[in-house]
Design a protein around this ligand. Structure first.
Ligand code: ZN
Length: 133
């Protein structure tokens, strides 16, 4: 759906208009919602489509970290998918996490579900020994 931003040359009002199609935009004669003037300047804005997928495989580790820190789970999911999406050695958990992230689940909840899976005792025996220090 094309979206256009306009600035009214009469009153300086800025507003956005949505069109069902580019044909609708061609036929439209937009007017300022504030003063109904037809003297509008169209502003160049980023179109309301998804930005192209970044190439995460070429990222440095610092850039990857900044993606993590952004907390944008979809971006992290895309990154996971690109980097490890085809590697079966990473296991089901990795791919589950990737899918959850791509669906927009929060990083926190995905992280939590991952650690819950890891904590789950395989033989029903609970191990409390933590000698990792
Ligand atoms: Zn106006």
């Amino acid at each position: 759906m094309p979206t256009y931003d306009y600035k009214c040359r009469e009153c300086g009002n800025r507003f956005s208009l949505f069109y069902k199609s580019y044909a609708a935009y061609d036929e439209a004669q937009p007017t300022c919602p504030n003063c109904e003037s037809g003297a509008l300047s169209r502003l160049i804005t980023s179109v309301a489509i998804q930005s192209p997928t970044r190439d995460y495989t070429g990222m440095s580790s610092g850039e990857m970290l900044s993606v993590f820190e952004s907390g944008d789970s979809r971006q992290v999911g895309e990154m996971f998918q690109q980097i490890g999406g085809t590697d079966p050695r990473l296991g089901k958990d990795y791919h589950d996490a990737t899918e959850s992230l791509l669906k927009g689940d929060s990083m926190d909840s995905v992280e939590k579900s991952l650690s819950e899976k890891q904590d789950k005792p395989k033989s029903g025996k609970k191990s409390d020994s933590t000698d990792a220090t």
